[in-house]
Design a protein around this ligand. Structure first.
Ligand SMILES: CC(C)(COP(=O)(O)OP(=O)(O)OC[C@H]1O[C@@H](n2cnc3c(N)ncnc32)[C@H](O)[C@@H]1OP(=O)(O)O)[C@@H](O)C(=O)NCCC(=O)NCCS
Length: 176
């Protein structure tokens, strides 16, 4: 299956599997990683997150990857291309989260570019979105660097987020 793994110049990503539970727990327990993602999560929340994302893979054949260095011996973070219900409209989002020691090297940009490529080339999608906490300046800057634009603010699970979309604002639809 071509989507089960992918590589970028500096990274290698592997499809999420059950054996990644400890890695998910480690990410969810890192206060810096989770600061703008709703805070650290409990054991049960990590278990539920893993189950939801494994089910997504089963259903759609793509989803969340654990991201390693190219040598494949160290986990850098995670990436995703995933279905997302945005206020009743089905969308496909890209996402990324890295452990703090890997921030500031352009790695999230590398991941985001590849995830958009997967969405467009492998999945044939014309449009992908990404959402972030409004205060997540680093993530918003990544979205802008990969050519996404701030389309609007949305409320997901009770939280106000910024929604970015691939492509030119005018080319896709005419927002007021
Ligand atoms: C947000 C995150 C993914 C960025 O990863 P990264 O690998 O450091 O990102 P990159 O290096 O590719 O690019 C970040 C850019 O934002 C800039 N930046 C960093 N913090 C910023 C801030 N607070 N405000 C504005 N820009 C910021 C960086 O300077 C860089 O821009 P540059 O290349 O023009 O210098 C990373 O900090 C992270 O994993 N955070 C925790 C999880 C998370 O929030 N994920 C996103 C969920 S929406």
């Amino acid at each position: 299956m071509p989507l089960e793994s992918f590589s970028t110049p500096r990274l290698h990503a592997e499809r999420l599997v059950e054996a990644h539970l400890d890695e998910i727990r480690r990410m969810h327990g890192d206060a810096r990683v989770m600061a703008l993602l709703g805070g650290v999560r409990t054991e049960q929340q990590s278990r539920d997150y893993l189950d939801r994302n494994l089910e997504h893979w089963e259903r759609y054949g793509f989803g969340l990857w654990i991201v390693y260095t190219s040598a494949r011996d160290t986990v850098v973070g995670r990436a995703c291309v995933r279905h997302l219900d945005v206020e009743g409209t089905p969308e496909v989002e890209i996402g990324y989260a890295l452990y703090p020691e890997w921030w500031g090297q352009g790695l999230a940009t590398e991941i985001a570019n590849r995830c958009i490529g997967i969405g467009r080339s492998e999945l044939g999608l014309q449009s992908l979105v990404a959402v972030a906490h409004p205060a997540n300046g680093g993530s918003r800057h990544v979205m802008e660097k990969v050519g996404m634009f701030h389309e609007r603010d949305v409320v997901l699970a009770g939280e106000r987020l910024v929604l970015y979309r691939t492509g030119e604002r005018a080319a896709r639809r005419s927002w007021p």
